[in-house]
Design a protein around this ligand. Structure first.
Ligand SMILES: NC(=O)c1ccc[n+]([C@@H]2O[C@H](COP(=O)([O-])OP(=O)(O)OC[C@H]3O[C@@H](n4cnc5c(N)ncnc54)[C@H](O)[C@@H]3O)[C@@H](O)[C@H]2O)c1
Ligand SMILES: O=C(O)CC[C@@H](O)C(=O)O
Length: 399
């Protein structure tokens, strides 16, 4: 159980290369930022897999500078009272640009053409002669007038769908869980598929932008390919686990799938004919790396210093203006009487309440209570101890 009181120097552990502008959010007087610490207050990471890691009791937050959180054992974090954050939309433009680039480039056989031309030898016949004779093998297809199916209309999918319209493509989207915000931003010229099969059956190109979950794992499989048009191009900038790679290899062999463009190369993919492997470059732009890092570190700093929560994927969002007086933050099970039990402990110490917020999210809840009185340093550990003893409390901080 995490219980802390002191305004001590806090430690941030990085698990990947995090853009400097993001790390600069942590001022040097109050934070130590290092990739080598056993007992950090928070972790900031990108794709590093944390499933094998044990988390120390002192750990309060993990921020994923990016969208996908399948590298984090989120349920275990929730059980330990560790808030997990991501940075929704911060890298969406970078991914969109690479999706549209790859859509056109692979449709024009650009990647194959590039590697062929690099292998030419001009000693016997001029390069230009070989180019003119050989280029017929790379004749491609224009995307104009063709149909793009977009699965998942979140931050990335919605941008891709809207901009594909500007390439004169017909666009069909499928997202049964679309958020109201995204729906507002989506062009009304994006046709809504009522089922994923409708999208499969009508698309010349399919791009997928959903998280990897138990429900989406292997969604591109033999059964799905059976609905698709022959020679469909599939773009996967989401996660490799969405594709059953054995079925994909067969579909590429028999021409059902014409090209498989993926940002997640592995041994299987490298052995697939007509796969276009990209070295996970979707979010690799200076702008996107900085956006993600700044958003992630600001969220962690805010949480450590004030308890306010924005863009957590396991804690409810909650915010109270921070006045600098003592604040109790408690992460607990979403059961009756939690707030009243905390308040009764504060009352028993004659502490008056200035403000409070309580938010829940499925089975868990988060309470912040601002105390209107001075709380002496010696009373803080006692208060924490008493609150943390309430059944259902997972973690408590006094900040
Ligand atoms: N290649 C990269 O570098 C890179 C960068 C960013 C994100 N990603 C991946 O892309 C994914 C999407 O990113 P985002 O920022 O658009 O996320 P997002 O949360 O904004 O959007 C995801 C969308 O998928 C929808 N969805 C969920 N399950 C679905 C299903 N079964 N069928 C259809 N729609 C479904 C959701 O309703 C949501 O609208 C991330 O989870 C991550 O795995 C990869
Ligand atoms: O950090 C990266 O480069 C990739 C991030 C990407 O996979 C994401 O899910 O946001």
């Amino acid at each position: 159980m995490v219980t802390t009181t002191l305004d001590q120097v806090k430690t941030i552990k990085t698990l990947n290369n995090i853009a400097e502008r993001g790390l600069n959010v942590f001022d040097k007087e109050q934070y130590v930022v290092t990739d080598d610490h056993e007992n950090p207050d928070a972790i900031v990471a990108r794709s590093y897999s944390m499933h094998h890691m044990d988390f120390p009791d002192n750990l309060k937050a993990i921020a994923r500078a990016g969208a996908g959180v399948n590298n984090i054992p989120v349920d275990r974090c929730t059980d330990q009272g560790i808030a997990v954050f991501n940075t929704p939309g911060a890298n969406a433009n970078a991914v969109k640009e690479l999706v549209l680039t790859s859509l056109i480039a692979s449709s024009r056989n650009l990647f194959d053409g590039l590697s062929w031309v690099k292998g030419l030898d001009g000693r016997e016949e001029s390069i230009s002669k070989q180019v003119e004779a050989g280029k017929k093998q790379f004749v491609g297809k224009e995307v104009k007038g063709k149909t793009l199916g977009v699965i998942g209309l979140g931050a990335i999918g919605a941008l891709v769908a809207n901009d594909a319209l500007a390439l004169d493509m017909n666009v069909i989207g499928f997202d049964p869980f679309i958020s109201v915000n995204t729906a507002w931003n989506l062009s009304r010229n994006v046709h809504r598929a009522m089922t994923i099969e409708e999208l499969f059956a009508n698309s010349d190109y399919i791009t997928v932008h959903v998280p990897l979950t138990d429900d989406t794992t292997g969604m591109f499989n033999e059964e799905a390919f059976a609905y698709m048009k022959p020679d469909v191009h599939i773009l996967n900038f989401s996660r490799d686990g969405l594709v059953n790679e054995e079925d994909m290899a067969l579909a590429l062999q028999n021409g059902k799938v014409g090209k498989y463009i993926t940002d997640f190369p592995n041994e299987n993919v490298l052995n697939m004919e007509n796969a276009v492997p990209i070295p996970h470059l979707g979010a690799s732009t200076r702008e996107s790396e900085e956006n993600c890092a700044v958003m992630a570190t600001k969220q962690v700093k805010e949480f450590l210093e004030t308890g306010n929560i924005k863009n957590s994927i396991n804690f409810p969002n909650a915010s109270l203006p921070y006045t600098g007086k003592k604040r109790v933050t408690a992460f607990h099970h979403n059961v009756p009487n939690m707030v009243s039990q905390i308040i009764s402990i504060l009352s028993s110490h004659h502490l008056n309440i200035a403000d409070m917020v309580n938010r829940s999210r499925r089975d868990v809840a988060y309470t912040m209570i601002d105390i209107d009185d001075e709380v002496s340093e010696y009373m803080l550990p006692e208060l924490e101890k008493e609150i943390s003893r309430i059944e259902g409390i997972v973690s408590v901080r006094l900040i």
